[in-house]
Structure formats: structure tokens, C-alpha cells
Write a protein that binds this ligand. Structure first.
Ligand code: 3PG
Ligand code: MG
Length: 399
């Protein structure tokens, strides 16, 4: 397998799969451009070699075809500003206009294709659709780590049309390298911080981590399924009733394996899911009826920060509370603070997952942690030990 540095793009049209699935507000402004910034070095390398770049991506999960809010044309300005050049746009990722724009593309130029998922064939991994896309370029570059867990036409199937001319971009290589750092012989103490709304998304990774970590800190909405499993009264907090037995098993498993599994001892609670709700603090095991836990409490904050500051390897996935609302962002910020401190003292810290990455960006800490992953599901699946189709398609000659 060639690396991107070994590949000379001079005179070539590079078909680059990026993950430009970025959040847009109601006016279609990009609210977090991390994934765009991440892809810049790969694009620049191709242009600097004397190649042309054809960018392809999905955006959101369109249901049946084109939808304004999922159009990639909203990214054209941002890209033009980044590369200080005109960015051409094809209103359909396949078909006559895309073919013509690609054919006329000159070295140094950038063409962006419209959302791949406007065609159902993309998610189906349709070979004919992949082949149509493939005709647009001379070389395939996959830099879409965030989508590497999907076996779609543009992320995997397309690679078979470029048996000798397929490479990973810099994002992909860096992501894999960083993920491997927390998978292999990670330095101890090793602390995993798992947050977010649902246990169901995190079961496999939590089980895997039990064999590796010293500390497992639980936060976010999923805490309350653990609290209930532990016999607590959680009021109207979020709970996955069908996961209570599982939470019990995870608690027992931690005890068996000597893992310090921590559930927030106290919580910031509210009488409605709103930043304007009445707010109070209480023990997580004694939440009043009709009130709900929306953040870890002050004691949990201190306990978690203490464990984090004494760690040498840190993996963080998922916020500690509803950090988008200022009244419930303190726990997530305290954890971010502690991760930054630990990193300054020499720890390795990997921030994974859309929401924890967004939180770290929001607090302005992105360059004070070791690595912020652009992948949510992809990173988790990789860490669970699954093969990522987007990676296999490049690495394997027989894909
Ligand atoms: C993501 O943001 O999770 C990736 O871009 C993949 O998107 P998907 O979950 O809709 O496949
Ligand atoms: Mg996803």
C-alpha cells in the first residue's frame, strides 16, 4: 500500500472522499468546521504536486433525494476562502455536468460534487454508481475517517476501480495512528471517560475498555441508567429501561476486573429540559420525582477531575451533560479542563466522538489536547476491534 507522501499527483485528477458532514445552522452557516480544516493538508499536497482535486462527500442523512439543507453548495464559500481560489461545483455528483466539469478540470483547480447521498445508490454500495464516480478521476484518495465504518459506494466499493491508484489521506493515517495509541500498550494509569445520552451506543466499547483501563468515568444521560441499576431514584431523568440489566452486568464486570467504574455521585438537576428551567443540585441516587439530571454535580466534577489529572492516557468520548445549554455545561467543561491539565503534565489524550470534539472546540481547548478525532461512530467501531470498510478497501489489494 502506498502512502500519500509516496504518491505524485502531478497531472492527475484526484477523486478525494472527504467527510464534510459538518453541522449547519438554519441559515446554512457552518457551525463547526473541524472536518474541513482537517482535510486541508491532503488537498494542499495534491495541488502542490500539480494535481487537480475532485471532492466528494455526504452531508447529513437525506431521505429520498436532494434537500436544500443537505446541499454541499453551502460549503463552497468556506472552501474558496480556505484555498484562496474558485471552487467549482457540480449540482449532481454524477451525470453530464459532473463529467464535463471533471474533464475540463486543470491542475491546481478544485471541483466539489453535490451530496453523494442524494443518490440512494451511495448507501447501498451500488457498484455501477461507484463506477460512474470512478470515471471522474485518475486516483482515489480516501480521507473520510468519520465515514470509514460505512461500506458505501464512495467510501469502499469505489476502491476496486483503482487497484493501483488508491491511497489514504493524512486525516485517515493520523486517526488510525492515534487510535492505535490507546489500543496498544497505553501508559497507565489509563482513564476512559464515557458520556452521551445512550448506553446502547457504547456497550461494546465499554466492554472492550474493561480489559484495558484503570478508570472508567461515566457521565451524560446514560449515567442514570447506571444509577437506576444501582438502586437509585432518578426522577424523570433519561433512562433506557431495557439496558438496566446490562448496566448491572457492567458494574459487576468492573468489580471483577478491578476497574474503577465511577458513576456521578451528584447531579445538576432541572424541572424541565430547558436552560430556563429551575435548577438544583442533589445526590444522583435521590433525584426528586419530575426532576431530571442534566449534568454531573460539583462533587462528581471534583472526583473526575482528580482521577483525570493523575492519568497518563485519556480517552474521552461523549459529554458529561447537556453542554449546549449553559446551565448544564459545567461538568463537561470541568472534565475538559482536567484533560488539558493532564496533557500539559505529559499525558496522552484522545478526544473522540462528534459531541466531545464539539465541546472541546466550544471551550477553545482543541490545541491543548493530544488529538481531536474527526470520527464518532468510526472511532468507536475501530476501537471495538471491527474492520473499517473504508480502511480495508485501501489496505487490501484484493478488496
Ligand atoms: C458522522 O458524522 O457520523 C459521519 O459523517 C457518518 O455519518 P452517518 O452516521 O450519517 O453515516
Ligand atoms: Mg454517525
Amino acid at each position: 500500500m502506498k502512502t500519500i507522501d509516496q504518491y505524485n499527483f502531478a497531472g492527475k485528477k484526484a477523486l478525494v472522499r472527504v467527510d464534510f458532514n459538518v453541522p449547519l445552522d438554519a441559515e446554512y452557516r457552518i457551525t463547526d468546521d473541524t472536518r474541513i480544516r482537517a482535510a486541508v493538508p491532503t488537498i494542499q499536497k495534491i495541488l502542490a504536486d500539480g494535481g487537480a482535486v475532485i471532492l466528494m462527500s455526504h452531508l447529513g442523512r437525506p431521505k429520498t433525494g436532494p434537500e436544500e439543507k443537505y446541499s454541499l453548495k453551502h460549503l463552497v464559500n468556506r472552501l474558496e476562502q480556505e484555498f484562496n481560489t474558485t471552487v467549482l461545483f457540480a449540482e449532481d455528483c454524477v451525470g453530464p455536468q459532473a463529467v464535463q466539469l471533471a474533464a475540463e478540470l486543470q491542475p491546481g483547480q478544485i471541483l466539489l460534487l453535490e451530496n453523494l447521498r442524494f443518490h440512494k445508490a451511495e448507501e447501498k454500495g451500488d457498484a455501477d454508481f461507484a463506477k460512474e464516480l470512478a470515471t471522474l478521476g485518475d486516483v482515489y484518495v480516501n480521507d473520510a475517517f468519520g465515514t470509514a465504518h460505512r461500506e458505501h459506494a464512495s467510501t469502499a466499493v469505489i476502491a476496486r476501480y483503482f487497484p493501483k491508484d488508491k491511497v489514504m489521506g493524512y486525516v485517515m493515517t493520523a486517526e488510525l495512528e492515534n487510535a492505535r495509541r490507546v489500543l496498544g500498550n497505553a501508559e497507565r494509569p489509563y482513564t476512559a471517560i464515557m458520556g452521551g445520552a445512550k448506553i446502547s451506543d457504547k456497550i461494546l466499547i465499554i466492554e472492550k475498555l474493561m480489559d484495558r483501563v484503570d478508570n472508567l468515568l461515566i457521565g451524560g444521560g446514560m449515567s442514570y441508567t447506571f444509577v437506576k441499576a444501582d438502586g437509585g431514584e432518578i426522577g424523570s431523568s433519561l433512562v433506557e429501561e431495557d439496558k438496566i440489566d446490562l448496566a448491572k452486568r457492567l458494574i459487576a464486570m468492573a468489580r471483577e476486573k478491578g476497574v474503577n467504574l465511577m458513576i456521578p455521585v451528584d447531579s445538576v438537576i432541572a424541572d424541565a429540559f430547558s436552560n430556563d428551567a429551575n435548577v438544583d443540585t442533589c445526590l444522583s441516587h435521590h433525584i426528586k420525582p419530575l426532576w431530571m439530571g442534566l449534568d454531573i454535580g460539583p462533587t462528581a466534577r471534583e472526583m473526575y477531575a482528580d482521577v483525570i489529572r493523575n492519568s497518563k492516557t485519556i480517552l474521552w468520548n461523549g459529554p458529561m451533560g447537556v453542554f449546549e445549554m449553559s446551565n448544564f455545561s459545567v461538568g463537561t467543561e470541568a472534565v475538559a479542563d482536567a484533560v488539558v491539565d493532564a496533557t500539559r503534565m505529559g499525558a496522552y489524550s484522545l478526544i473522540g466522538g462528534g459531541d466531545s470534539a464539539a465541546a472541546v472546540n466550544k471551550f477553545g481547548y482543541a490545541d491543548r489536547v493530544s488529538y481531536v478525532s474527526t470520527g464518532g461512530g468510526a472511532l468507536l467501531e475501530y476501537m471495538e476491534g471491527k474492520t473499517l470498510p473504508g480502511v480495508a478497501a485501501i489496505e487490501r489489494d484484493d478488496y
